[in-house]
Design a protein around this ligand. Sequence first.
Ligand SMILES: NC(=O)c1ccc[n+]([C@@H]2O[C@H](COP(=O)([O-])OP(=O)(O)OC[C@H]3O[C@@H](n4cnc5c(N)ncnc54)[C@H](OP(=O)(O)O)[C@@H]3O)[C@@H](O)[C@H]2O)c1
Length: 282
Amino acid sequence: MITGKTNVIGVIGNPIEHSLSPPMHNAAYDEMDMDYVYVAFRIEKEDISKLIESAKVMNIRGLNVTIPYKTDVIEYLDEVDETARRINAVNTISFKDKVAKGYNTDGTGAVKSIEKYTTLEAKNVLVLGAGGASKAITFTLINNNINKLTIANRSRENACKLIDNLKRECNFDNIEFIPIGEAGDILGDVDIIINTTPIGMYPNVDVDTPIETGNINENHVVMDIIYNPLETKLLRQARKNGATTISGTNMLINQGITAFEIFTGKTPSYESFEKALLEQLK
Ligand SMILES: NC(=O)c1ccc[n+]([C@@H]2O[C@H](COP(=O)([O-])OP(=O)(O)OC[C@H]3O[C@@H](n4cnc5c(N)ncnc54)[C@H](OP(=O)(O)O)[C@@H]3O)[C@@H](O)[C@H]2O)c1
């Protein structure tokens, strides 16, 4: 039951009505018998500064941040964790003693998901896309000692901006750009493939795959960060070719679990998050 003592946590974004975070976090509070509630707030960009100050005075314990505010929110925070600062995106804010501190759990969410299936150390990784999610994921991959990173993207300019930033922030030079249309040809030299483009996302589920899948084989681990559908056309074809496949639900759950830990100091079960998420996606 929600009482005067209940701790409030939330997520901000715009639009926000379809956020899957409230059901995941609330399911875990129920399972763990914690006096917390997690709600969604639709926020306009010009109100972000007021929002952070209001959250402090209202004693809100934490906020997740989703599209389109992960970078805009940074200037209004009191502290930003080193990883989030280098990625230049925050998806989790903790409030303690009126100090708002930002973190980024997207990259660790992705890496944890891959590490359930394979190690990252010394691997050659191909990342499709160079947008916001790619930024967090590529940064974290490099911090986990991969050997080589190839970024395949539609716009060379956007990919090169990301590559320059990664080289500067991570002191890591083994990064290459390839036009996304050519990425299917280099798979012989790749161990792990991660799709961060929206190609294959609902409702365009059967239209296209982000790369030609003919050369994907049983030696590849393929993760698609799209979570709707649960199995994208890319993952379906990769699975048929014998590859190990990882659905985007894994990253969504793992980034949420790390945020939950930051907010409450407790670790929820993967299963409680997964069950709530799958019920929503059904
Ligand atoms: N599972 C999770 O937890 C999680 C977390 C975050 C995001 N996501 C999903 O990840 C996807 C990307 O999100 P984001 O925030 O990174 O988006 P974003 O910042 O808009 O970046 C999108 C990227 O995809 C590329 N792209 C878009 N449309 C394309 C097309 N038709 N053909 C080729 N490339 C295309 C863009 O290329 P250009 O640079 O050429 O424009 C860009 O590199 C979304 O589907 C989102 O739902 C999942």
